[in-house]
Design a protein around this ligand. Structure first.
Ligand SMILES: Nc1ncnc2c1ncn2[C@@H]1O[C@H](COP(=O)(O)OP(=O)(O)OP(=O)(O)O)[C@@H](O)[C@H]1O
Ligand SMILES: [Mg+2]
Length: 301
């Protein structure tokens, strides 16, 4: 175990001795991107939506709370912060996520997150009272420094995901067109219902974002869409993220789709999804930067 009791106690003392973070002038809306099924495009969505929001002039913080740390590969930015990491926040050594966030070379985009000990941190939290509320507290002041905070969740509903859902104003659920993905959506919906009813969290389901969409599979698509509407009664975003190899290649290169291939079907779909989300958040009127500005802002990765 990487953290012993002495480490934890000295961490808490250090956090107490720190000066409180000066509040900013923003009030971020927080979106958790969560799905129980693996590989449905949570990280791809988190990264490309975050880059699109940032390009629209919104101060965006992308938090990677998945121990797999895929945001760092998807953006080929080392999620290393000289000021600490997410484990420090969850174990009480740092008070606010803002303290561990760092600016990327994409204008308006900050990252905070995962590192190799996050799994152990989740285990350490197991016996802690109020363990699912830690991130929410650590975002209270942080959110005053950003317009939008996105949280990329792991493919399960463990303590790390619960922290993200508890902290969130909205949950966005990426889903491919498969029965297994639908099953996972039901679990998230009931978790959110519990958070709302029993823990009085005002978290809302923003909707399901269909990913890996193949418009040729008409029968399967209509079955899944009917199930989403009729069985789960879940809002569906209008944008459909297509199955697009450019998204996969961009991931392998460590670039957002806008940097890799701004005219690909994946880039256009993520821009459409981002605009739809900005509309839901009431931030659409602030759109003032064209999509091609992203590549201009980014120096080579
Ligand atoms: N629409 C798409 N078209 C083609 N490839 C995609 C698409 N979306 C995601 N991928 C690729 O599929 C793989 C899994 O995607 P991603 O990492 O975003 O899923 P995830 O839900 O975050 O997975 P995990 O549950 O492991 O965190 C990646 O290699 C990614 O590049
Ligand atoms: Mg992921």
């Amino acid at each position: 175990m990487a953290f012993d009791i002495k480490d934890k106690i000295s961490g808490h003392l250090k956090a107490r001795l720190q000066l409180p973070l000066v509040p900013g002038k923003h009030q971020a809306q927080i979106i958790a991107i969560s799905a129980r099924k693996g590989g449905v495009g949570k990280t791809t969505s988190a990264v490309n939506l975050a880059v699109s929001f940032a390009a629209s002039g919104h101060k965006t913080l992308l938090i990677d709370i998945d121990p797999q740390a895929h945001v760092s590969t998807a953006l080929r930015r080392d999620l290393k912060s000289t000021h600490g990491n997410l484990s420090d926040v969850l174990l009480g050594k740092k008070r606010e996520v803002h303290e561990i966030a760092y600016a990327t070379n994409i204008s308006n985009l900050w990252l905070a997150g995962s590192e190799k000990h996050l799994n152990e941190t989740e285990n350490c939290l197991a016996a802690k009272i109020g363990k699912e509320t830690i991130l929410a507290h650590a975002l209270e002041n942080t959110r005053t420094h950003y317009d939008i905070i996105l949280i990329d969740c792991p493919p399960n509903l463990g303590t790390l995901s619960l922290n993200a859902l508890f902290a969130a104003d909205y949950v966005l659920i990426p889903s491919d067109m498969s029965a297994l993905a639908l099953e996972g959506i039901g679990d998230i919906l009931s978790t959110v219902e519990t958070l709302r009813d029993r823990m009085h969290r005002p978290v809302e389901i923003m909707g399901v974002l269909i990913t890996r969409y193949d418009k040729r599979l008409k029968q399967m698509n209509s079955m899944v869409e009917t199930a989403l509407h009729e069985l789960l009664d879940t809002p569906l975003l209008e944008a459909r993220i297509p199955q697009n190899t450019a998204l996969n290649k961009a991931h392998l290169k460590g670039l957002s789709i806008f940097e890799f291939s701004a005219k690909s079907s994946g880039a256009l779909a993520y821009k459409e999804a981002a605009d739809e989300i900005l509309e839901i958040l009431g931030l659409a009127e602030h759109l003032h930067v064209q999509e091609d500005v992203v590549s201009a802002q980014v120096t080579s990765a």
